[in-house]
Every structure is written in structure tokens, then in C-alpha cells.
Write a protein that binds this ligand. Structure first.
Ligand code: DGP
Ligand code: NA
Ligand code: NA
Length: 232
């Protein structure tokens, strides 16, 4: 694979796990790390010769654009789209929907982003995504929907390069200030979902013990990403 930063596609990194496992915290920390450690183009590649003075007169907005070019944080469900708003209403218990319909909405919410995700990755930007299709299967199959039916609507979605599964027993998750008021934030349901998650584990997964501290987990995550050649 090409290693030149200008031609290489971005890495597709996914965080999965039950509620309150620390996914969002670690996903955000990884993005920040990627943006910070990214090497600025050398003076040579900017066309500044030896002996010439180089002043960095980038405006703040340009610095931001540059950061977003290196790595971006995405999250599913994306509650901002039309489909996402239906999902949000369902999760907040303001709207009841058939379980199959809900499953297909979550899946459609991923599908509606696929072209954008593909283009971002091809442009060389790394994407760190908080939840993906594994959540889709785990939470729907936990309602006793047929697991193969659950998997089928996500067939064809882009495959992540790596999945960090933040594993935490739901009994431990509850101790972290408890669950919120959303529909799935119930101990028995989360326990069922965790079991299904662990059955979905494939070779792209790195299972992390989410009882560790935030810095410990962060270090484990960026080191694993480096070992897997996912950081330029
Ligand atoms: P979050 O915004 O990450 O807290 O997710 C909201 C809830 O939705 C959470 O309990 C997990 C659940 N969830 C996330 N993705 C899916 C999905 O694709 N399908 C189903 N059924 N539930 C999902
Ligand atoms: Na939640
Ligand atoms: Na989260």
C-alpha cells in the first residue's frame, strides 16, 4: 500500500460497545491525538528553500481546516438527518415504532452517510466513528429479531480497518453514574446486547478492558493503531 501521506487513503477506525463504556471519550481523544501528532508539511515540501525565511501565517480557520483534513470524528446514530430525527424520537420514547422499522432506520442512517464516508477516506482523511453496524446487530438482536435478518441490511457497508470494542460489564457501567432515560439504557437489555456483541467479534476487533483509566485506554488505543499501520 502507498505510504505517501498525499496519496494514502485515511484509516476507518470504529469504536463499539455497550452504553457508558467510554467510547465517545476515547474516540474524541484519538481524533485529538491524530490531529496533534500529524506532522506539518516540511519546509521543503512547501517549496521554501534553504536560507529563505519561513513564516507561518496560517489563519485560525485554515488551521482548523487542516485538522479536519487529518482526522474527523463521526457518530452513529447521526441524529441530525431526517432519519436520525426519527431514531432520536424513538430512543427518547416520544415515538413508538415497530422493531423491524427501527432496525432499518438505524441501518439506513449508516447507508445515507456511505458516499460521504467513502469520499472522506479516499481524500486521505482518517475517520474515527463512534458506533457502527455491530451496534446495529447487537441492539436489534437483543430484542430477539433474527440475527441474520439483522445483519442483512448492513451488508455492503464499508468495512472498518479496526474495531475497538470497549468491553464493560453492564453492572459496572451502571455504577458510572447510572444510565440515562433513553429506551435501551436498562441493565438486562445491555447485558443481552453485550453477549451478542462478543459473538460478533471478528479479526478486525481489539477488545479493550474498559475498566481501565482514561489515559491507560488512550495509550493502548493509539499504540494499537500505530502497530496496525493506521497512523501516518
Ligand atoms: P448513543 O447515541 O451512542 O448513546 O446510542 C443511542 C442508543 O442507540 C444506544 O443505546 C445504542 C443504540 N444503537 C446505536 N446504534 C444502533 C443501531 O444501529 N441499532 C439499534 N437497534 N440500536 C442502536
Ligand atoms: Na446512550
Ligand atoms: Na457515547
Amino acid at each position: 500500500p502507498p505510504t505517501d501521506a498525499s496519496t494514502r487513503r485515511g484509516a476507518f477506525i470504529v469504536f463499539e460497545g455497550c452504553d457508558r463504556a467510554g467510547k465517545s471519550t476515547q474516540a474524541a481523544k484519538l481524533v485529538e491525538y491524530l490531529q496533534k501528532r500529524h506532522k506539518q508539511p516540511s519546509l521543503k515540501s512547501l517549496g521554501v528553500g534553504v536560507g529563505e525565511t519561513f513564516t507561518n501565517n496560517l489563519k485560525e480557520s485554515e488551521t482548523m481546516t487542516d485538522k479536519a483534513k487529518v482526522a474527523q470524528l463521526w457518530k452513529f446514530p447521526d441524529r441530525t438527518t431526517h432519519i436520525g430525527k426519527m431514531i432520536d424520537g424513538y430512543l427518547k420514547n416520544t415515538k413508538d415504532l415497530d422493531d423491524h422499522v427501527v432496525h432499518l432506520l438505524f441501518s439506513a442512517n449508516r447507508w445515507e452517510c456511505m458516499t460521504a464516508i467513502k469520499n472522506i477516506l479516499l481524500s486521505g482523511t482518517t475517520l474515527v466513528v463512534d458506533r457502527y453496524a455491530y451496534s446495529g446487530v447487537a441492539f436489534s438482536a437483543a430484542k430477539d429479531l433474527d440475527i441474520n435478518w439483522c445483519k442483512s441490511s448492513d451488508i455492503g457497508l464499508l468495512t472498518p480497518d479496526i474495531v475497538f470494542f470497549m468491553d464493560l460489564e453492564p453492572e459496572e457501567a451502571v455504577k458510572r453514574g447510572g444510565y440515562g432515560k433513553e429506551r435501551y439504557e436498562k441493565l438486562e437489555f445491555q447485558k443481552k446486547a453485550r453477549k451478542i456483541f462478543l459473538d460478533l467479534k471478528d479479526s478486525s476487533w481489539k477488545v479493550l478492558d474498559a475498566r481501565q483509566t482514561i489515559p491507560e485506554l488512550h495509550q493502548q488505543i493509539f499504540e494499537t493503531a500505530e502497530e496496525n499501520n493506521l497512523i501516518i
